[in-house]
Design a protein around this ligand. Sequence first.
Ligand code: F6R
Length: 261
Amino acid sequence: MEIVILPDPEQVQKLAAKIVKAQVTQEPNLVLGCATGSTMEGFYAELLRHGAILDGVTTFNLDEYLGLDAYHPCSYAAFMQEHFFRHTAIPPQRRHLLDGKTDDVSRHCAAYEEQIRAVGGIDLQLLGIGRDGHIAFNEPGSSLASRTRLKILTPLTRESNARHFPPGWEVPKYVLTMGIGTILEAHRCLLLAFGESKAEAIAAAVEGPLSADCPASALQFHQRTTVIIDGAAAQKLRRAEYYRTVYENKPNWMRRELEGE
Ligand code: F6R
């Protein structure tokens, strides 16, 4: 795991956008794993501002609320449309999202896994992290080998996500999500986080024991994960100073490898 600590959320989003743009430039047919949520909003805006040519990209989203269709304003499909897809030329047939209205969850999830396999896997997976350490919607206790399936959200996640729903609307309890095993097969992962509310989850993910109690800690097993966070999210890292030193003293060739330039 590589940990990059930057002064503020804007710089986190800028560096992530720079990395994605560089990788898309090198691999125009990149398979991009997409995340949603507050962390990703500014990132997509930044990526679009960087002028990345995305026409050849294929996308797979991490998760979706069960019961919400693509036109529901709080669905992740609607989020992607609003913050990313409508600003790109990625053809609809290459945008893959889990269907919140499926009437056969098991078959739909297995077919999603098959679609990922059919394109040769995910090249670059974007990730946020929940306050309880979830990645995608793999809540604490999720199998570290899990595949795409139905999960039930914790009360903490439903409470956190209530800010994306109009007052009085219920956050769905059931979701569809890629599994941790699915995510670990991505060739590269980029996890972004900022703000004090993520500090505990980041410390558990990066320095805690590898445990289903913090699903993001499974990334310790991934061979190419970069965690880009701001100072507030880094507050509880015991080795924050060391990570800063490593980043500042990177030889140029290693920096190029990280940033893809
Ligand atoms: C959403 C997803 C989630 C979020 C996480 C953080 O597609 O994968 O794991 O990344 O819940 O959400 P925000 O960024 O809203 O704090």
